[in-house]
Design a protein around this ligand. Sequence first.
Ligand SMILES: *Cc1c(COP(=O)(O)O)cnc(C)c1O
Length: 386
Amino acid sequence: MMKFATLAVRAGQNPNPYNGAVTIPVSLSSTYAYDSFGVMRDNFEYARTDNPSRRALETTLAALENAKYATSFASGQAASTSVLNLLESGDEVVTTSDIYGGTYRLFHDVFKKYGVRFTTAENNTAESIAAKLSERTAIVWAETPSNPLLALLDIAELAGRIENFRNQNGKKPLLAIDNTFSTPALQNPLELGADVVMHSCTKYIGGHSDVVGGAVIVNDETLWEKIRFYQNAAGAVPSPMDCFLLQRGIKTLPLRMKKHGENAYAIANFLRGRQNVEHVFFPGFDDFPGHKIVAKQMRGLPGMVSFCIRGGVREVSQFFGKLQIVILAESLGGTESLICHPATMTHASFPESEQKRAGITQNLIRVSLGIEDTDDLIDDFKNALD
Ligand SMILES: *Cc1c(COP(=O)(O)O)cnc(C)c1O
């Protein structure tokens, strides 16, 4: 069994048998010729259903999560939609209180009208999520670390609590983990008992802020066939060029995650000592709630730090205006450090009351640390805060 860094550059990436090309080609063809009537070559027929660029990417993604099946999508949202397509009207999804704003919007502004119910747990602990399970619960949806407060969830504990639960259809609710913030380099939820892993590949997996994509990864063949069926029926497929860019990004994922984590650790510690910083959220701190979960289920520190600046929107704005290296922008996981104001940017789709409940305050700032020189980043934060 190859180790992670080797899988990142070799899984699904053998030289082309016809011409020896070492890099997976961008297969732009929209259709594939039959060898003869009724006989397809390598099962390729029409590019929406499958194509060589996508198949190579999916082989790599499955290998990185140590899983059987991966399906790649046009975006993280398309990936989440395909999981929600498994639901029937009347089903319930139990979620945690701080999740990506777009996921919240997809749940409440799109799927609710089809009769799906969404129930929010008090916080991000396995106990509080399990307490919300009902006879209608078909899916439990969680992020760890969560967006934007980086709350940790013990996946194995939650999986254990769901294990013996049966809903009115006699089924165990599916445990779906949005693994975007951790990436498979740091955490493999399927190995911890989750049923579904979802990724926004736009973030760390692509890693260069130049492609939008998503993925759903599972071990169960029936589940995989259903997701594949919905994708082919609905059409939210990634382009071959997207697949190529994601495949290229993945090769350096282990290297990048190490540096993202180092920079996050350095910046979190720096921020903690500043008097115009009120609070720092970083799972790497010994006194961060659930800190032990990092060592239990992750192989390193995440590259994200959130903090509350002393003051309100005016101070946030002044601080943003002084940054020279760190870029004010949505998204995360790129080589360049990005900073944002969740209340008005990434989590603007949360109603005010939900923002309050989740702890998304007006002075909360989220940072995605890039791979720049650590000292340059510290200087940039220092100058802006001063
Ligand atoms: C960005 C993001 C998504 C949505 O993915 P897109 O690729 O933007 O559609 C979902 N979950 C998390 C945690 C994200 O950060």
